[in-house]
Ligand binder design. Structure first.
Ligand SMILES: [Zn+2]
Length: 65
C-alpha cells in the first residue's frame, strides 16, 4: 500500500484509534453484508465498506486533545 499523502501525514492518534476500532465491523447499511475496511477516502484516512463503499467515518484534521 503506497501512502503518498503529505498534507495529512501528521500525528493523529485519536483518529487512527477510531479507525482501528471500526475496521472489521460489519457495514452500517442494514441491507449490506460488507465489512468495513481501512482505506483512504478522498485523501483522508477512513474506513469504508468493502462492498457498497459507504464510509461511516471519515477523519479529517483531528485534534488530539
Ligand atoms: Zn456496505
Amino acid at each position: 500500500m503506497s501512502q503518498q499523502s503529505h498534507e495529512h501525514e501528521r500525528d493523529r492518534p485519536t483518529g487512527a484509534d477510531v479507525l482501528d476500532r471500526l475496521a472489521g465491523d460489519t457495514c452500517v447499511q442494514p441491507t449490506c453484508d460488507g465489512t468495513l475496511d481501512r482505506q483512504p477516502f478522498k485523501g483522508t484516512d477512513a474506513v469504508v465498506c468493502d462492498d457498497c463503499g459507504t464510509p461511516p467515518v471519515r477523519v479529517w484534521e483531528v485534534a488530539d486533545d
